[in-house]
Design a binder for this molecule. Sequence first.
Ligand code: AMP
Length: 207
Amino acid sequence: MTERYRTVLLFGAPGAGKGTQGKILGAIPGFYHFACGDVFRSIDIKSELGRIFYDYSSRGELVPDEVTVKMWAQNIRAHTILSDYKPNDDLMILDGIPRTVPQAKIMDQHIDVLKVVHLVCKDQEKMFERLRRRALKENRFDDADEKVIRRRWAVYEKETKPVLDHYPADRVVEVDSMGSPARVMHDILEIVEPIQTQHFKRFGEDD
Ligand code: AMP
């Protein structure tokens, strides 16, 4: 088997702040941030994949596993060729994927999950409020409708949460996502900084 991409997962319910934190983390050299929902949204809605994405996401449902993982693998391959993502230098930060146990199983062939950062928000209403605000700001059709928000939440509980049990318990770390963005980033950095340092040492020595 070829070497797997060294990866940290940003995990959490819709509205937990994965996207905000992922973008900040991705701006730090040595991290490559892949946000699955953002990549789906960037696909031309008139293309076949764009239509599939619209069809599922507008109902608050997940895009089928095979289509999703294929899209992820193609995207990563392309960015590796373009050298935006350099597996030997960069830790991959995955945000919003894997989102089901079958996705996690397929992706095990390709990724070595070093940590799962679980952004936890105990206050469900606050998360719904975040989603509504984001819908207005970012023009997101899937968060504009109360029914779709609640469906997204239910899908998270049923299909995505079990992904946490797919990984060894000592690799999953909880971070309270209700603090200020800087506070949450601080807590995430405490977890990922040693991993990045280790990654740097490893490839520095090998090279
Ligand atoms: P997000 O921006 O992460 O909330 O994702 C928006 C929508 O994209 C989701 O509601 C799904 O329809 C789709 N999506 C994003 N990531 C995945 C995934 N890993 N598996 C299936 N569907 C996904």
